[in-house]
Write a protein that binds this ligand. Structure first.
Ligand SMILES: [Zn+2]
Length: 185
């Protein structure tokens, strides 16, 4: 099993599996990793993002990432595909730059001192490199507004990201409706 992170979620009904050119492009630069590796990637992004996100749309991105919690969603059952992130068209350029800073922050091990374990650095760095390639491909034209709208509509008013942006006291990571991803991993 494991987790695959790709650029674009699904692909839609317009692209049957026989459409090789589409799928080759769709899966280009995909990141394949074991479930535990995906949990580490999500954790270190949450630790870095908890220290770097400043605006509402940036904090929303980090809450979405913190929701990719395999304890709650099931092993392997996370969706970190790039165009599924809650990109806000109005702040796209700043938010993409922030995501790249979050990746760089994770490389610099921002917040790692709060972890009860030491991530395998070689794997973590290679996941970050691959994740960065996918983020770099994102353009404003790739934003699917309905993804963010649907995600926000499904959040209750007392749940992140609608109840302010609470941070975990121990990890300084944004909390999702599943709690702190780093605590619960
Ligand atoms: Zn925590």
């Amino acid at each position: 099993m494991g987790v695959t992170i790709c650029f674009s979620f699904g692909g839609g009904t317009n692209h049957p599996l026989s459409d090789r050119a589409y799928w080759d492009e769709h899966m280009r630069d995909s990141l394949h990793m074991p479930n535990g590796g995906a949990a580490v990637l999500v954790n270190i992004l949450c630790l870095s993002g908890g220290r770097l996100a400043e605006t509402e749309s940036q904090k929303r991105m980090m809450v979405y990432i913190a929701e990719q919690n395999q304890n709650e969603r099931g092993l392997g059952n996370i969706v970190l595909d790039i165009d599924r992130l809650p990109w806000d068209r109005e702040h796209f350029a700043e938010d993409k730059a922030l995501m790249l800073r979050v990746i760089e922050g994770a490389r610099q091990k921002l917040g790692w001192e709060t972890l009860d374990y030491t991530p395998n650095e070689e794997f973590a760095m290679s996941y970050l490199d691959d994740f960065q390639k996918l983020i770099e491909r994102m353009t404003e034209a790739d934003i699917k507004d309905e993804y963010m709208t649907q995600w926000l509509n499904e959040c209750e008013p007392d749940q992140p990201p609608k109840c302010g942006f609470p941070l975990c006291e121990k990890h300084h990571a944004y909390i999702s409706l599943f709690g702190c991803q780093v605590c619960t991993d």
